[in-house]
Design a protein around this ligand. Sequence first.
Ligand SMILES: [Zn+2]
Length: 136
Amino acid sequence: MKEIHGICIYCGDPRKATANLWKYIKAELIPEAERYTPIGQLGGAIPLARPADFPIKFAAIMEDIKFALEEFAESKFILVGHDCGIYKRLAPKNFTLEEKKRDIALAAAFLREYYPNVPVSAWFKNVGVAEFEKIS
Ligand SMILES: [Zn+2]
């Protein structure tokens, strides 16, 4: 049986009240039999949508992706966004929840274009809601 494995890009914020995404991702989005490489920088996939705002994070994510695809033969991407505090770095602009969700969609679109042979699914974790919202 072929083992299914992939890469999960999410925000590593561990705070229980607002994030703690990896726990929910493993419970809700990753089947028991599948294995994912976690790429859990603070800010998650946002730099893929905003490389000019977060150039170092963008480069680090792309380096991790390249390594995981080459060395671990990962075959799927899961992106998970949330109401992320990293946007405070872009003050004074305020970002709405819809803009934050759009960034996750943009990050997914970027990966689909960059790696056309690797399927991408994108999700959003709303505070206080157990189920993930499908973004794309
Ligand atoms: Zn975050």
